[in-house]
Ligand binder design. Structure first.
Ligand SMILES: C[S@@+](CC[C@H](N)C(=O)[O-])C[C@H]1O[C@@H](n2cnc3c(N)ncnc32)[C@H](O)[C@@H]1O
Length: 390
């Protein structure tokens, strides 16, 4: 049974459980006691990004073999090297020979990917490296400090901005690349359910029961226009008429807005992301009736997404159809959308063609290539989306 927030506060038995929560749990609890159940997007925002206590604010090694999950970056340096080669190809084809070349990364975490990319460019494309200005979009002072340390050896080659709006002011006139790896799938999502009887979406929020955070159906979608402004509004009647009662989806206005803003800030150049995700059609398959929200801790799937906020990762698959549309609405054209395995294999083929084949690839390099591209590893579930202006 759900607690009345007031009872929760006054009942001495419950008060004891408040002290059992970690500091972030207490913050969330306080918000619920003050304003009632939270939207899941707010819960996720606090769990991942609350200054000091959020999952991504903790020590830098949450990503990688010793952490809670691994990414293409933590697989090894090859991912960054292939990306650097791609950027060199893109910039190499630009007609102007002496302009500066901004590369903008968001979601840089500990700066490892930037380090791999800049290192490859410095060694293999020194003339281009001289003209590159590497910019990291980083809202968190703590993560910026980790990145500064990692990238110390690149001196003033790297600069930081706290958000995209500052970038638009700086770089609106230049050709540029903006990219991210696993940024969008870490952005807060709203969790919605389908009420087949009312033929309407409702929102799952986060409330309290006993000493735990629990899913609680909100009386109405937190913000009325949330559904109308999302990709759900475009679903055809035929599909909605057969959608099972309780079918769960996640929507991420934050991810779509970020992509749209990034797209608008590109006067000419490329916007690229790697994330796990689906098209709208793939998201609405029968096997996904519980949605795609997941939580990871020490490489294990945690069954309760609401448990231990700040101590486990929370993530949801990206709706690439929505992201692609956001970019196109901002005037970009889609250059490619494919699984990561295919995208990287084509890149590697072009790179190795130039460098004389795979003979010089180390055993570790081969293993990395397999992890990045094999369908049962990161090759199939991750997608690469490239959009472009000009
Ligand atoms: C799943 S991690 C990926 C880290 C790294 N790109 C990698 O592939 O290993 C997501 C990262 O995006 C960061 N992030 C989330 N929202 C962001 C935003 N609006 N701007 C910049 N970084 C953000 C998180 O703090 C976290 O470091």
């Amino acid at each position: 049974m759900l607690c009345n927030p007031r009872e929760y506060q006054l009942n001495p038995h419950h008060t004891r459980t408040i002290y059992e929560l970690n500091t972030l749990g207490e913050k969330i609890l306080t918000e619920i006691l003050r304003a009632g159940p939270l939207s899941f997007a707010r819960f996720m925002e606090l769990a991942l990004y609350c200054p000091e206590y959020g999952f991504y604010e903790k020590e830098a090694d949450t990503v990688g073999w010793g952490g809670d999950f691994y990414t293409s970056v933590s697989v090894g340096g090859l991912f960054g090297q292939l990306l650097a080669f791609q950027f060199a190809e893109w910039f190499g084809n630009l007609p102007i020979a002496d302009c500066r070349l901004p590369i903008v990364e968001a979601g840089a975490h500990d700066g490892k990917l930037a380090w791999d990319i800049l290192g490859w460019l410095r060694e293999h494309r020194p003339a281009l490296f001289e003209r590159v200005e590497y910019c990291i979009i980083e809202p968190s002072p703590r993560r910026r400090a980790w990145q500064t340390k990692t990238l110390e050896s690149f001196g003033t080659k790297v600069r930081w901005l706290s958000d995209l709006s500052a970038l638009a002011r700086h770089d609106a006139a230049g050709g540029q690349i903006i990219f991210a790896n696993e940024l969008l799938d870490a952005m807060p999502v709203h969790r919605l359910g389908w009420d087949a009887t009312k033929r309407a979406w409702f929102e799952w929020g986060v409330g309290l029961s006993e000493n735990r955070f629990v899913w609680q159906r909100l009386n109405q979608v937190a913000e009325n226009s949330l559904v109308e402004r999302s990709w759900l509004a475009a679903l055809p009647e035929e599909l909605l008429s057969v959608l099972p009662d309780g079918y769960v989806v996640e929507i991420s206005p934050a991810a779509e807005q970020w992509w749209s803003e990034a797209a608008r800030s590109i006067a000419s150049g490329w916007l690229l992301t790697f994330d796990y995700g689906f098209t709208t059609e793939e998201l609405l398959r029968p096997e996904r009736r519980e949605g795609t929200l997941r939580s990871y801790r020490q490489h294990r799937l945690v069954p309760d997404v609401l448990a231990d906020p700040g101590k486990q990762d929370i993530t949801a698959h990206v709706n690439f159809s929505a992201i692609q549309s956001a970019g196109e609405a901002a005037g970009l054209t889609t250059e490619s959308f494919e699984v990561q395995g295919r995208f990287l294999t084509k890149l590697a083929a072009r790179l190795w063609h130039q460098t004389g084949g795979t003979d010089r690839l180390s055993e570790a390099g081969r293993r990395q290539f397999q992890s990045l591209t094999h369908p049962q590893n990161l090759g199939q579930s991750f997608r690469a989306l490239v959009q472009r202006r000009g």
